[in-house]
Design a protein around this ligand. Structure first.
Ligand code: ATP
Ligand code: ZN
Length: 298
């Protein structure tokens, strides 16, 4: 029997693609990505990567066609609400909240709307690509409005006379501003996420998923963390360690030919700023090095 391979769905081309592939590569997967292929076999692990539109990922995961998917919370929520409404399988397991793809699903209106509260939108037309998420939100708020479903160019709908308000993804707000819109309500905060199909029966695949989770967490942690080395007066060691965020267990080493100086090596779990380095120096620190960390495992 041939070995079972883990199937992972990633966005083919879009905002999540590069960061997702970067994580997978940092996890040690050798991926030969050829642009127009639907599927790529990872060379050094029993894993296949499927390149699809992000909108297709929730369905593939919920149906168990793939084992894992990298996709935004926004799409996961929208598709689960839609599928639940039609009585289709809408279950999945969220494994990891990732550190990219941050955005908000927000309601925005034009200046003329004079928006003060969501109740003002009663009887209005709201254009969106997220009819199920918006529908649920309006229902929760007890607002009855007409949802205009558009799959693109939502932000121009008010100017085109198609809607009075919109509900769309926002990250910087520049697009809204360029279209004369103001963000009034955030209905969902979203980021990229790693999701799993409801159940994986195969023991080997289960273990592979667990290994991957450890590696992804390690990659995310390593991105933030830094390795710090410096020389310091012995009597300032405590003060110096207090300055290093998240460096609980530093290594203190004797310095050859110096009785009152030691070397401190520590992993800081947060970014080390220039200000921190200046403070270290003020405490008598010298030869201060801050190094990036490539991988981490607890
Ligand atoms: P596809 O062709 O795969 O359907 P798409 O056009 O629907 O692509 P992208 O614009 O690439 O999708 O966005 C993918 C995801 O990136 C979104 O679903 C969301 O989770 C996230 N994202 C982060 N910031 C933004 C933003 N400002 N606008 C849209 N999506 C954003
Ligand atoms: Zn999409």
């Amino acid at each position: 029997m041939t070995e079972k391979r883990l199937k992972i769905a990633v966005q083919k081309s879009g905002r999540l693609s590069d960061a997702t592939l970067d994580i997978l590569k940092r996890c040690g997967l050798r991926i030969n990505q050829s642009k127009n292929k639907l599927i790529t076999h990872v060379k050094n692990m029993p894993i296949d990567i499927l390149f699809v539109r992000d909108d297709d990922i929730p369905g593939l995961v919920m149906e168990g066609v793939v084992d894992l998917g990298f996709v935004g919370d926004n799409i996961m929520q929208e598709v689960s609400l839609q599928r639940a409404k039609f009585g289709e399988q809408a279950e999945f397991v969220k494994l990891i909240a990732l550190d990219y793809g941050h955005c908000r699903l927000s309601i925005a209106t034009t200046e003329e709307q004079n928006y003060t509260s969501i109740q003002d939108l009663s009887g209005c037309r709201i254009a969106t690509s997220y009819p199920y998420s918006l529908g649920r939100y309006l229902e929760e708020q007890g607002v009855s409005a007409k949802i205009v479903h558009l799959t693109g160019s939502v932000e121009v709908a008010p100017r085109a006379g198609l809607a009075d308000a919109i509900c769309d993804l926002v990250s910087t707000g520049v697009t809204l501003e360029a279209n004369g819109l103001r963000e009034d309500e955030v209905i969902l905060r979203s980021a990229a996420t790693l999701v799993r199909r409801p159940t994986i029966e195969n023991e080997a695949l289960k273990q592979l998923v667990d290994r991957l989770i450890v590696r992804i967490n390690g990659v995310m942690q390593a991105k933030e963390s830094k390795y710090i080395m410096l020389h310091a007066p012995k009597n300032q060691v405590d003060a110096i360690i207090n300055l290093l965020p998240g460096a609980e267990k530093p290594t203190i080493l004797p310095l050859a030919g110096s009785d009152d100086q030691v070397a401190i090596h520590a992993v800081s779990t947060e970014t080390v700023f220039w200000e921190t380095m200046e403070s270290l120096k003020q405490l008598g620190g010298s030869s201060i090095l801050v190094l990036p960390i490539e991988k981490m495992m607890e």
